[in-house]
Ligand binder design. Structure first.
Ligand code: 6PG
Length: 247
């Protein structure tokens, strides 16, 4: 299997995080110069910690933090101080270390007992911040994504209902294998972005990477990320790329 040109493979995770931080910074500066702000939807899990640490420790990247609008592409159905919270991970590894504006941090209210209410609340927040009409989708300057070993992205897991959602922006998605709800962007929101950047590291991702870039028409949820009018880039470490050769 040969990887397409929008996929970069790095010999170490350190190089992957450096490259992703540079891309993040360049996109932020370009967006702020163009329209005064940089709207980014962050991913969760563990991989982004490496990117966030480089961003926090690299003032020379000159990220215009005051103009960055932070959102999350998904969140676990837990309070923001829970060990599994994507917000907490981001707060600890990035937001507490750079000069962001509190009003620009748009957290999912995942502590609410009803995940559906939190999803609808977040959907309203997106509509408000992006001044959206009823049928419109927000165009993020960047959606950052990771991928699980099963090929899920955001909280769009194989075999779950949210995979087929075409109207809602944010839904509460029951994930049977985790026995929990997750709050997640839907594909129309992800695919409306100007840029989507996947980060994937580790040998446990190699099988799913093979299915994403294989010749078969179907594949894991991550394969359904196809920006309608935007750029998609993948940054992998050598382990995640597995046996795939880069063109
Ligand atoms: C989450 C993420 C999820 C993540 C993948 C990869 O809430 O868990 O948004 O989509 O990106 O599960 O997670 P790792 O980076 O920990 O491998």
């Amino acid at each position: 299997m040969v990887l397409p040109s929008n996929v970069s493979v790095f010999s170490s995770t350190a190089e992957l995080f450096q490259a992703s931080a540079q891309t993040f910074a360049e996109l932020a500066k370009t967006a702020v110069a163009a329209h005064g702000s940089f709207s980014v939807a962050l991913s969760g899990g563990s991989t982004p910690k490496g990117l966030f640490s480089v961003l926090a420790d690299s003032p020379a990247l000159n990220v215009p933090w005051q103009n960055v609008l932070f959102f999350w592409g998904d969140e676990r159905h837990v309070p923001p101080d829970h060990a599994d919270s994507n917000f907490r991970m981001t707060q600890e590894s990035l937001l507490s270390k750079v000069p962001v504006r509190a009003e620009n941090v748009h957290r999912i209210k995942s502590e609410w007992s009803h995940a559906d209410a939190a999803a609808r609340d977040y959907e309203q927040e997106l509509r408000s911040v992006f001044s959206l009409g009823d049928q419109a989708f927000p165009r993020f300057d960047l959606v950052l994504l990771g991928m699980g070993a099963d090929g899920h992205t955001a909280s769009l897991f194989p075999g779950t209902q949210a995979l087929t959602e075409t109207r809602r922006l944010v839904v509460a998605n029951w994930v049977e294998k985790l026995k929990t709800f997750r709050i997640t962007f839907t594909f129309p929101v992800i695919n409306a972005a100007a840029w989507v950047m996947f980060l994937a590291a580790g040998a446990d991702k190699a099988e799913a990477i093979g299915r994403v870039f294989g010749n078969s028409n179907d594949g894991p949820p991550a394969k359904m990320v196809r920006p309608v009018d935007g750029r998609l880039v993948w940054l992998l470490d050598r382990s995640a790329a597995g046996t795939a050769a880069v063109v």
